[in-house]
Design a protein around this ligand. Structure first.
Ligand code: NVA
Length: 310
């Protein structure tokens, strides 16, 4: 059976550890693994804006000995010019893996169903699991472990990053807290799924309206844009709803004295995070950005090994 990475719990806790160990190995020696030697091609499709995703996948696939092929989703018109199953089967005849940034999760699920090659979620409206792998690599580098780490995410609790932190944190056995205003809490189904996983890994989940309760004593404070791609029309309502949830020096004072600050970028200074905190000594945002490449190389390699042994 072909394995895919569409959401954070597509990896078991053991597999997440294996992928993160491989990511660390790849960071230490970028050219040690060449699963795409040939070169075999990996299609990188984007229906939404991207800088980090495009860069890190293109550079990463090249380091794996492969041919990274960037495809503009608008030109390809997947699900518009032709059905997703038709595009999926055409892609699957040409490439070793498909990386896709798109909107609705159902689109990538359907792609995976028909592609016949591994499909990797490079951000959908619901999840951003590659960012979470990069972030867990970063947390491991700075905190020496994942299980038991206290992690607070403050801001839009109903977006793709919050969902992935909840699920991916539970897989890692972390204590995940979401501080978000009413109306922007995570979907109860996502919370229940994360709680069920956390019950098996020793992790825990807390959702609160209070940003100070969320960050109290934590090892990691994290945020994301208040206005995700596709939500631009809600700009005004969101800026008002999230004002009290800014990551600034005052909020950070409640976290552990050695807490690090994370943000997947792009960041909007003066909105979800202050310039001072983003540029300050606790910020590890550019480590996260770099680790995208290493973590994505690791998940691609893991999925390719699975596909070849299938
Ligand atoms: N929540 C953000 C993440 C950007 C990497 C968005 O979807 O726009």
């Amino acid at each position: 059976m072909i394995r895919h990475f569409l959401a954070d719990d597509d990896l078991t806790p053991d597999e997440q550890r294996e992928v993160l160990a491989l990511a660390a190995e790849m960071k230490a020696d970028p050219f040690a693994h060449q699963p795409y030697a040939g070169p075999r091609t990996v299609a990188i499709l984007t229906d939404k804006p991207t800088l980090r995703t495009q860069l890190s996948f293109q550079a990463g696939v090249a380091e794996l000995g492969g041919n990274p092929m960037l495809v503009d989703g608008k030109l390809a018109g997947i699900g518009v010019r032709e059905t997703i199953p038709d595009s999926a089967r055409v892609l699957g005849r040409h490439v070793a893996a498909i990386v896709w940034r798109t909107g609705a999760q159902e689109r990538i699920v359907e792609m995976a169903e028909y592609a016949g090659v591994p499909v990797v979620n490079a951000l959908t409206d619901d999840y951003h699991p590659c960012q979470i792998l990069a972030d867990w690599q970063t947390v491991t580098e700075h905190k020496g472990r994942l299980a038991g780490v206290r992690f607070a995410y403050v801001g839009d609790g109903a977006n793709n990053m919050a969902n992935s932190y909840l699920i991916g944190g539970a897989v890692a056995g972390m204590h995940t807290r979401i501080g978000a205003p009413e109306g922007y809490h995570p979907d109860p189904a996502i919370v229940a799924r994360a709680e069920a996983i956390a019950a098996t890994t020793g992790g825990s989940i807390l959702v609160t309206d209070s940003p100070t309760e969320a960050v109290d004593g934590v090892d990691v404070v994290c945020t994301d844009t208040w206005i995700s791609m596709g939500r631009e029309a809600e700009n005004e309502a969101r800026l008002t709803a999230f004002t009290a949830y800014q990551v600034n020096d005052q909020l950070l004072a409640g976290a552990d004295a050695n807490a690090i600050v994370m943000h997947c970028l792009p960041a909007y200074r003066g909105k979800e995070i202050t310039h001072e905190v983003l540029e300050g000594p606790r910020s590890v945002v550019f480590d996260e950005a770099e680790n995208r490449r290493h973590a994505q190389k690791a998940i691609l390699t893991f999925l390719d090994r699975q596909a070849r042994s299938a």
